[in-house]
Design a protein around this ligand. Structure first.
Ligand SMILES: [Zn+2]
Length: 248
């Protein structure tokens, strides 16, 4: 899998786009995970064709992870997208996303391509992709995701502190992205990750490469310094391109 980090920032980052990744497999299937307010422009700057992204997976519906959907669908409508779009979201959060689609096409009610809505199950398949999901510890329900595609495994946490279930999904992943807001340890009941917890994750889950993202701007200098001394750990950044098959 080729991973393009469209955004790596926290909700109100002045440095980075809101967090999102673009995934492309060996057959050129393309997914987007999360779509916050700054993501559409970052996609347009890449010149990604209007039919190219086949699916969007929403880890949860906080605005920094989903509000870009309105602008993106509006662009796809304006440039006559024709291919269907699969949207994966938690069922109870789906009405928030449908309201964003309604906004995108208003005052019309029909759109020029099909949107196929899917609930997020614990395990499911999409084409030849094998997908597992689990909750992290967050203010609202957030589904971390593990994708096994073309013999490689990717984990993306969305937002929130790791849980026993999300750690299972990280196990032995070729590449993992974990939300890490803070350099310093947070309380056990916090809704964000922190560096000491992420260092433990590296050891406990045996991931080959662990990228921290969604970091608070103020924490970035200390996180970068620390990551430089820890093998297999890196701080993600906008525009970073990775392949799950490559060594760090
Ligand atoms: Zn959130």
């Amino acid at each position: 899998m080729k991973i393009d980090v469209i955004g790596s920032g926290s909700a109100f980052s002045e440095i980075n786009n809101t967090s999102s990744i673009h995934i492309e497999d060996n057959s050129h299937n393309q997914w987007l995970i999360d779509c916050g307010p700054t993501i559409p422009r970052a996609l347009w700057q890449r010149g990604i064709e209007v039919n190219a992204i086949q699916a969007i997976y929403f880890t949860h519906c906080h605005p920094d992870h989903c509000s870009g959907l309105a602008a993106l669908v509006n662009q796809w409508k304006s440039f006559q997208r024709a291919e269907p779009l699969d949207i994966f979201s938690q069922l109870e959060q789906q009405p928030l996303l449908t309201s964003l689609v309604d906004l995108a096409i208003w005052p019309e009610t029909d759109i020029c391509f099909d949107i196929r809505w899917h609930d997020i199950a614990d395990a499911f398949t999409w084409q030849h992709w094998e997908i597992e999901t689990a909750n992290t510890q967050h203010e609202i329900s957030n589904r971390a995701i593990r994708l096994t595609v073309d013999g490689q495994t990717l984990f993306y946490s969305g937002d929130g502190r790791p849980t026993a279930a999300s750690k299972v999904l990280m196990q032995d992943a070729d590449l993992a992205f974990q939300e890490c807001a803070s350099f310093n340890a947070l309380d056990d009941d916090a809704s964000h990750g922190d560096l000491p917890d992420c260092i433990r994750l590296l050891k406990d889950t045996n991931v080959k490469k662990l990228g921290l993202y969604h970091c608070f701007d103020a924490a970035l200098p200390n996180l970068r310094d620390a990551a430089g001394t820890i093998p297999n750990l890196f701080i993600s950044y906008d525009g970073l391109m990775l392949n799950t098959a490559d060594a760090l």
